[in-house]
Design a protein around this ligand. Sequence first.
Ligand SMILES: Cc1cc2nc3c(=O)[nH]c(=O)nc-3n(C[C@H](O)[C@H](O)[C@H](O)COP(=O)(O)OP(=O)(O)OC[C@H]3O[C@@H](n4cnc5c(N)ncnc54)[C@H](O)[C@@H]3O)c2cc1C
Length: 303
Amino acid sequence: MEKIKKYLKKIFEKRIFFDCEASKITSFKTGGKISILLFPENKGDIESLYHIQNQYNIPVKFLGHGSNVLISDKGYNGIIALTEKFSDISFENRNVYVQSGVKINTFLKFLINNNLKNGEFMSGIPGSIGGVVIMNAGTKDRFISSIISRVDIFDRKGNWIEKNISQIKTEYRTSSLKEDAFFIYSVLFNLEPGNSVEIKLKMKEMMNYRINTQPLGYPSAGSVFKNPEGFSAGKLIEDAGLKGTKIGDAKISEKHANFIINTGKATSSDIYSLIQIVKEKIFQKYGIILETEIELIGFGNNK
Ligand SMILES: Cc1cc2nc3c(=O)[nH]c(=O)nc-3n(C[C@H](O)[C@H](O)[C@H](O)COP(=O)(O)OP(=O)(O)OC[C@H]3O[C@@H](n4cnc5c(N)ncnc54)[C@H](O)[C@@H]3O)c2cc1C
Protein backbone atom coordinates (compact mmCIF):
# COMPACT_ATOMS: atom_id res chain seq x y z
CA MET A 1 0.00 0.00 0.00
CA GLU A 2 2.85 2.44 0.84
CA LYS A 3 4.32 1.95 -2.64
CA ILE A 4 0.92 2.69 -4.22
CA LYS A 5 0.48 5.79 -2.07
CA LYS A 6 3.84 7.13 -3.28
CA TYR A 7 2.98 6.34 -6.88
CA LEU A 8 -0.41 8.06 -6.61
CA LYS A 9 1.07 11.09 -4.84
CA LYS A 10 3.25 11.66 -7.90
CA ILE A 11 0.19 11.68 -10.17
CA PHE A 12 -2.33 13.48 -7.96
CA GLU A 13 0.02 15.83 -6.04
CA LYS A 14 -2.28 18.23 -4.16
CA ARG A 15 -5.41 16.27 -5.13
CA ILE A 16 -4.74 13.31 -2.82
CA PHE A 17 -5.36 12.83 0.92
CA PHE A 18 -4.75 9.94 3.29
CA ASP A 19 -6.80 8.57 6.22
CA CYS A 20 -9.75 10.93 5.75
CA GLU A 21 -13.04 10.77 7.65
CA ALA A 22 -15.93 9.33 5.60
CA SER A 23 -18.27 11.55 7.64
CA LYS A 24 -16.91 14.56 5.71
CA ILE A 25 -17.98 13.20 2.32
CA THR A 26 -21.28 11.41 3.01
CA SER A 27 -24.72 12.93 3.48
CA PHE A 28 -25.29 10.69 6.56
CA LYS A 29 -22.16 12.32 8.07
CA THR A 30 -20.96 8.99 9.44
CA GLY A 31 -18.31 6.39 8.70
CA GLY A 32 -14.69 5.56 9.48
CA LYS A 33 -11.41 6.38 7.79
CA ILE A 34 -10.81 6.20 4.05
CA SER A 35 -7.24 5.10 3.28
CA ILE A 36 -6.92 7.17 0.12
CA LEU A 37 -9.18 10.00 -1.04
CA LEU A 38 -8.42 11.71 -4.32
CA PHE A 39 -9.84 13.98 -6.99
CA PRO A 40 -9.30 12.78 -10.58
CA GLU A 41 -9.63 15.51 -13.20
CA ASN A 42 -9.01 13.96 -16.61
CA LYS A 43 -9.21 10.73 -18.59
CA GLY A 44 -5.55 9.87 -17.85
CA ASP A 45 -6.31 9.88 -14.09
CA ILE A 46 -9.18 7.45 -14.64
CA GLU A 47 -6.96 5.12 -16.65
CA SER A 48 -4.32 5.21 -13.86
CA LEU A 49 -6.95 4.29 -11.26
CA TYR A 50 -8.20 1.44 -13.44
CA HIS A 51 -4.66 0.17 -13.77
CA ILE A 52 -4.11 0.29 -9.99
CA GLN A 53 -7.34 -1.58 -9.26
CA ASN A 54 -6.52 -4.32 -11.75
CA GLN A 55 -2.79 -4.58 -11.22
CA TYR A 56 -2.61 -4.27 -7.43
CA ASN A 57 -6.10 -5.39 -6.43
CA ILE A 58 -6.81 -2.14 -4.57
CA PRO A 59 -10.52 -1.28 -4.79
CA VAL A 60 -11.49 2.04 -6.36
CA LYS A 61 -14.87 3.58 -5.61
CA PHE A 62 -16.11 6.75 -7.30
CA LEU A 63 -18.41 9.02 -5.33
CA GLY A 64 -20.29 12.12 -6.39
CA HIS A 65 -22.10 13.69 -3.47
CA GLY A 66 -22.09 10.61 -1.20
CA SER A 67 -25.85 10.96 -0.77
CA ASN A 68 -26.82 7.36 -1.42
CA VAL A 69 -24.19 5.46 0.57
CA LEU A 70 -23.52 4.26 4.11
CA ILE A 71 -19.82 3.71 4.76
CA SER A 72 -18.99 1.40 7.67
CA ASP A 73 -17.35 2.73 10.86
CA LYS A 74 -14.44 0.46 9.98
CA GLY A 75 -13.89 2.75 6.99
CA TYR A 76 -12.74 1.93 3.50
CA ASN A 77 -9.42 0.26 2.85
CA GLY A 78 -8.98 1.41 -0.72
CA ILE A 79 -9.34 4.47 -2.94
CA ILE A 80 -12.32 6.77 -2.97
CA ALA A 81 -12.30 9.07 -5.98
CA LEU A 82 -14.53 12.14 -5.79
CA THR A 83 -15.81 13.22 -9.19
CA GLU A 84 -16.41 16.93 -8.63
CA LYS A 85 -13.62 18.05 -10.99
CA PHE A 86 -15.56 16.64 -13.94
CA SER A 87 -17.70 19.76 -14.02
CA ASP A 88 -18.29 20.83 -17.66
CA ILE A 89 -21.77 21.57 -18.84
CA SER A 90 -22.84 22.91 -22.26
CA PHE A 91 -25.67 22.67 -24.77
CA GLU A 92 -26.58 22.82 -28.40
CA ASN A 93 -30.19 22.86 -29.53
CA ARG A 94 -31.97 20.49 -27.14
CA ASN A 95 -28.92 18.43 -26.24
CA VAL A 96 -27.26 19.17 -22.92
CA TYR A 97 -23.79 17.68 -22.38
CA VAL A 98 -22.99 17.25 -18.69
CA GLN A 99 -19.90 15.75 -17.04
CA SER A 100 -20.51 13.30 -14.22
CA GLY A 101 -19.30 15.48 -11.34
CA VAL A 102 -21.83 18.25 -11.98
CA LYS A 103 -24.24 18.69 -9.07
CA ILE A 104 -27.96 18.22 -9.74
CA ASN A 105 -28.61 21.74 -8.48
CA THR A 106 -26.14 23.22 -10.99
CA PHE A 107 -27.73 21.15 -13.77
CA LEU A 108 -31.21 22.39 -12.85
CA LYS A 109 -30.08 26.04 -12.76
CA PHE A 110 -28.56 25.52 -16.22
CA LEU A 111 -31.92 24.22 -17.47
CA ILE A 112 -33.73 27.27 -16.08
CA ASN A 113 -31.20 29.69 -17.60
CA ASN A 114 -31.47 28.03 -20.99
CA ASN A 115 -35.26 27.58 -21.04
CA LEU A 116 -35.14 23.78 -21.12
CA LYS A 117 -37.93 21.72 -19.60
CA ASN A 118 -38.56 18.08 -18.49
CA GLY A 119 -35.86 17.96 -15.80
CA GLU A 120 -38.04 19.62 -13.15
CA PHE A 121 -38.82 16.33 -11.38
CA MET A 122 -35.16 16.18 -10.24
CA SER A 123 -35.65 19.25 -8.06
CA GLY A 124 -34.58 18.47 -4.48
CA ILE A 125 -32.65 15.27 -5.26
CA PRO A 126 -29.14 15.84 -3.94
CA GLY A 127 -26.26 14.27 -5.81
CA SER A 128 -24.12 14.38 -8.90
CA ILE A 129 -24.98 13.47 -12.48
CA GLY A 130 -22.87 10.28 -12.25
CA GLY A 131 -24.65 9.07 -9.09
CA VAL A 132 -28.09 9.94 -10.38
CA VAL A 133 -27.54 8.20 -13.71
CA ILE A 134 -26.05 4.99 -12.33
CA MET A 135 -28.86 4.76 -9.74
CA ASN A 136 -31.49 5.74 -12.30
CA ALA A 137 -32.74 8.16 -9.66
CA GLY A 138 -36.11 9.82 -9.88
CA THR A 139 -39.53 10.20 -8.36
CA LYS A 140 -42.67 8.09 -8.39
CA ASP A 141 -43.62 9.68 -11.72
CA ARG A 142 -40.38 9.68 -13.65
CA PHE A 143 -36.80 8.32 -13.81
CA ILE A 144 -33.71 10.19 -15.01
CA SER A 145 -33.33 7.64 -17.84
CA SER A 146 -36.41 9.19 -19.51
CA ILE A 147 -34.43 12.34 -20.47
CA ILE A 148 -31.05 10.75 -21.37
CA SER A 149 -29.96 9.99 -24.90
CA ARG A 150 -26.33 8.83 -24.35
CA VAL A 151 -23.85 8.01 -21.57
CA ASP A 152 -20.06 8.06 -22.10
CA ILE A 153 -18.19 5.65 -19.86
CA PHE A 154 -14.85 4.00 -19.18
CA ASP A 155 -16.00 0.40 -19.08
CA ARG A 156 -14.82 -2.46 -16.91
CA LYS A 157 -12.81 -3.87 -19.81
CA GLY A 158 -10.76 -0.67 -19.97
CA ASN A 159 -12.30 1.10 -23.01
CA TRP A 160 -13.78 4.57 -23.44
CA ILE A 161 -17.17 3.91 -25.01
CA GLU A 162 -20.45 5.65 -25.78
CA LYS A 163 -23.68 3.93 -24.83
CA ASN A 164 -26.99 5.00 -26.28
CA ILE A 165 -29.80 4.84 -23.77
CA SER A 166 -31.29 1.90 -25.72
CA GLN A 167 -28.14 -0.10 -24.88
CA ILE A 168 -28.55 0.52 -21.14
CA LYS A 169 -30.93 -1.56 -19.05
CA THR A 170 -32.72 0.78 -16.67
CA GLU A 171 -35.10 -0.15 -13.87
CA TYR A 172 -36.47 1.38 -10.70
CA ARG A 173 -33.37 2.70 -8.85
CA THR A 174 -30.81 0.69 -10.80
CA SER A 175 -29.18 0.34 -14.21
CA SER A 176 -26.86 -1.98 -16.07
CA LEU A 177 -24.21 0.77 -15.78
CA LYS A 178 -23.54 -0.60 -12.29
CA GLU A 179 -22.01 -3.69 -13.88
CA ASP A 180 -20.67 -2.13 -17.10
CA ALA A 181 -19.11 1.17 -16.03
CA PHE A 182 -15.87 1.55 -14.13
CA PHE A 183 -16.45 5.30 -14.46
CA ILE A 184 -19.25 7.43 -15.85
CA TYR A 185 -17.61 10.29 -17.70
CA SER A 186 -20.49 12.31 -19.12
CA VAL A 187 -24.14 12.22 -20.06
CA LEU A 188 -26.06 13.67 -22.99
CA PHE A 189 -29.58 14.79 -22.09
CA ASN A 190 -32.36 15.44 -24.55
CA LEU A 191 -34.74 18.13 -23.33
CA GLU A 192 -37.52 20.28 -24.70
CA PRO A 193 -37.71 24.05 -25.05
CA GLY A 194 -39.78 25.61 -22.28
CA ASN A 195 -40.41 28.81 -20.40
CA SER A 196 -37.92 29.60 -17.62
CA VAL A 197 -40.56 31.13 -15.33
CA GLU A 198 -42.77 28.05 -15.60
CA ILE A 199 -39.80 25.70 -15.20
CA LYS A 200 -38.65 27.51 -12.06
CA LEU A 201 -42.16 27.46 -10.62
CA LYS A 202 -42.50 23.73 -11.18
CA MET A 203 -39.11 23.09 -9.53
CA LYS A 204 -40.17 25.21 -6.57
CA GLU A 205 -43.40 23.20 -6.22
CA MET A 206 -41.40 19.95 -6.21
CA MET A 207 -39.02 21.36 -3.60
CA ASN A 208 -41.88 22.58 -1.40
CA TYR A 209 -43.44 19.12 -1.52
CA ARG A 210 -40.16 17.68 -0.26
CA ILE A 211 -39.83 20.29 2.48
CA ASN A 212 -43.33 19.34 3.69
CA THR A 213 -42.88 15.58 3.52
CA GLN A 214 -39.17 14.85 4.19
CA PRO A 215 -36.93 15.52 7.22
CA LEU A 216 -34.52 17.73 5.27
CA GLY A 217 -33.13 19.41 8.41
CA TYR A 218 -31.16 16.27 9.36
CA PRO A 219 -28.37 14.33 7.66
CA SER A 220 -29.77 11.31 5.80
CA ALA A 221 -29.42 9.43 2.52
CA GLY A 222 -33.03 9.86 1.43
CA SER A 223 -35.16 6.73 1.24
CA VAL A 224 -33.30 3.81 2.80
CA PHE A 225 -35.38 0.99 1.25
CA LYS A 226 -36.68 0.36 -2.24
CA ASN A 227 -40.44 0.13 -2.55
CA PRO A 228 -41.32 -3.55 -2.90
CA GLU A 229 -43.54 -4.18 -5.92
CA GLY A 230 -47.05 -2.96 -5.15
CA PHE A 231 -46.13 -1.45 -1.76
CA SER A 232 -44.68 1.71 -0.28
CA ALA A 233 -41.73 0.87 1.99
CA GLY A 234 -42.47 4.00 4.06
CA LYS A 235 -46.10 2.97 4.61
CA LEU A 236 -45.09 -0.57 5.64
CA ILE A 237 -42.58 0.82 8.16
CA GLU A 238 -45.11 3.32 9.49
CA ASP A 239 -47.87 0.68 9.81
CA ALA A 240 -45.43 -1.59 11.66
CA GLY A 241 -45.21 1.16 14.30
CA LEU A 242 -41.51 1.78 13.73
CA LYS A 243 -41.56 5.56 13.30
CA GLY A 244 -39.40 7.24 15.92
CA THR A 245 -37.41 4.06 16.75
CA LYS A 246 -33.92 5.09 17.82
CA ILE A 247 -30.51 3.49 18.18
CA GLY A 248 -27.92 5.92 19.50
CA ASP A 249 -28.55 9.10 17.54
CA ALA A 250 -29.93 7.28 14.49
CA LYS A 251 -33.69 7.50 14.22
CA ILE A 252 -36.49 6.41 11.91
CA SER A 253 -37.95 9.75 10.94
CA GLU A 254 -41.40 10.64 12.24
CA LYS A 255 -41.94 12.78 9.13
CA HIS A 256 -41.11 10.08 6.57
CA ALA A 257 -40.75 6.48 7.78
CA ASN A 258 -38.43 5.44 4.93
CA PHE A 259 -35.82 8.00 6.07
CA ILE A 260 -33.26 7.22 8.76
CA ILE A 261 -31.87 10.46 10.13
CA ASN A 262 -28.72 11.30 12.04
CA THR A 263 -30.00 13.41 14.93
CA GLY A 264 -26.53 14.20 16.28
CA LYS A 265 -23.65 11.83 16.68
CA ALA A 266 -25.04 8.68 15.07
CA THR A 267 -22.54 6.10 13.85
CA SER A 268 -22.86 3.96 10.75
CA SER A 269 -23.33 0.96 13.09
CA ASP A 270 -26.35 2.67 14.68
CA ILE A 271 -27.86 3.23 11.23
CA TYR A 272 -27.00 -0.30 10.12
CA SER A 273 -28.64 -1.77 13.24
CA LEU A 274 -31.82 0.22 12.57
CA ILE A 275 -31.85 -1.10 9.00
CA GLN A 276 -31.67 -4.68 10.33
CA ILE A 277 -34.47 -4.03 12.84
CA VAL A 278 -36.73 -2.67 10.10
CA LYS A 279 -35.98 -5.59 7.79
CA GLU A 280 -36.71 -8.14 10.53
CA LYS A 281 -39.94 -6.46 11.68
CA ILE A 282 -41.27 -6.06 8.13
CA PHE A 283 -40.47 -9.66 7.32
CA GLN A 284 -42.13 -10.92 10.52
CA LYS A 285 -45.24 -8.79 10.02
CA TYR A 286 -45.76 -8.97 6.25
CA GLY A 287 -43.41 -11.68 4.95
CA ILE A 288 -41.80 -9.04 2.72
CA ILE A 289 -38.02 -8.80 2.32
CA LEU A 290 -37.06 -5.14 2.11
CA GLU A 291 -34.06 -4.33 -0.05
CA THR A 292 -31.91 -1.29 0.66
CA GLU A 293 -31.90 1.50 -1.90
CA ILE A 294 -28.79 2.98 -0.30
CA GLU A 295 -25.46 1.26 -0.93
CA LEU A 296 -23.75 -0.29 2.08
CA ILE A 297 -19.98 0.02 1.79
CA GLY A 298 -17.73 -2.07 4.02
CA PHE A 299 -20.47 -4.23 5.58
CA GLY A 300 -19.71 -7.43 3.67
CA ASN A 301 -22.49 -8.83 1.51
CA ASN A 302 -25.17 -8.44 4.10
CA LYS A 303 -27.66 -6.07 2.45
C1 LIG B 1 -32.61 14.22 1.30
C2 LIG B 1 -32.43 13.21 0.19
C3 LIG B 1 -33.44 13.01 -0.72
C4 LIG B 1 -33.29 12.08 -1.77
N1 LIG B 1 -34.30 11.91 -2.65
C5 LIG B 1 -34.15 11.03 -3.68
C6 LIG B 1 -35.21 10.85 -4.64
O1 LIG B 1 -36.25 11.47 -4.59
N2 LIG B 1 -35.01 9.96 -5.64
C7 LIG B 1 -33.85 9.25 -5.75
O2 LIG B 1 -33.72 8.48 -6.70
N3 LIG B 1 -32.84 9.40 -4.85
C8 LIG B 1 -32.96 10.28 -3.83
N4 LIG B 1 -31.95 10.43 -2.92
C9 LIG B 1 -30.73 9.60 -3.02
C10 LIG B 1 -29.57 10.23 -3.82
O3 LIG B 1 -29.72 11.61 -3.88
C11 LIG B 1 -29.53 9.69 -5.22
O4 LIG B 1 -29.37 8.28 -5.20
C12 LIG B 1 -28.38 10.26 -6.06
O5 LIG B 1 -28.46 9.68 -7.32
C13 LIG B 1 -27.01 9.97 -5.48
O6 LIG B 1 -26.06 10.75 -6.19
P1 LIG B 1 -24.60 10.94 -5.57
O7 LIG B 1 -23.78 11.71 -6.51
O8 LIG B 1 -24.72 11.45 -4.18
O9 LIG B 1 -24.12 9.42 -5.55
P2 LIG B 1 -23.12 8.75 -4.53
O10 LIG B 1 -23.84 8.47 -3.25
O11 LIG B 1 -21.86 9.53 -4.46
O12 LIG B 1 -22.85 7.37 -5.29
C14 LIG B 1 -23.92 6.49 -5.55
C15 LIG B 1 -23.41 5.35 -6.46
O13 LIG B 1 -23.03 5.90 -7.72
C16 LIG B 1 -21.68 5.57 -8.02
N5 LIG B 1 -21.10 6.71 -8.76
C17 LIG B 1 -21.27 8.03 -8.52
N6 LIG B 1 -20.65 8.76 -9.48
C18 LIG B 1 -20.07 7.88 -10.33
C19 LIG B 1 -19.29 8.02 -11.52
N7 LIG B 1 -19.00 9.19 -12.06
N8 LIG B 1 -18.85 6.89 -12.12
C20 LIG B 1 -19.15 5.66 -11.63
N9 LIG B 1 -19.89 5.47 -10.51
C21 LIG B 1 -20.35 6.57 -9.87
C22 LIG B 1 -21.02 5.35 -6.67
O14 LIG B 1 -19.88 4.52 -6.78
C23 LIG B 1 -22.15 4.67 -5.91
O15 LIG B 1 -22.21 3.31 -6.26
C24 LIG B 1 -32.08 11.35 -1.87
C25 LIG B 1 -31.04 11.58 -0.95
C26 LIG B 1 -31.20 12.51 0.08
C27 LIG B 1 -30.07 12.74 1.05
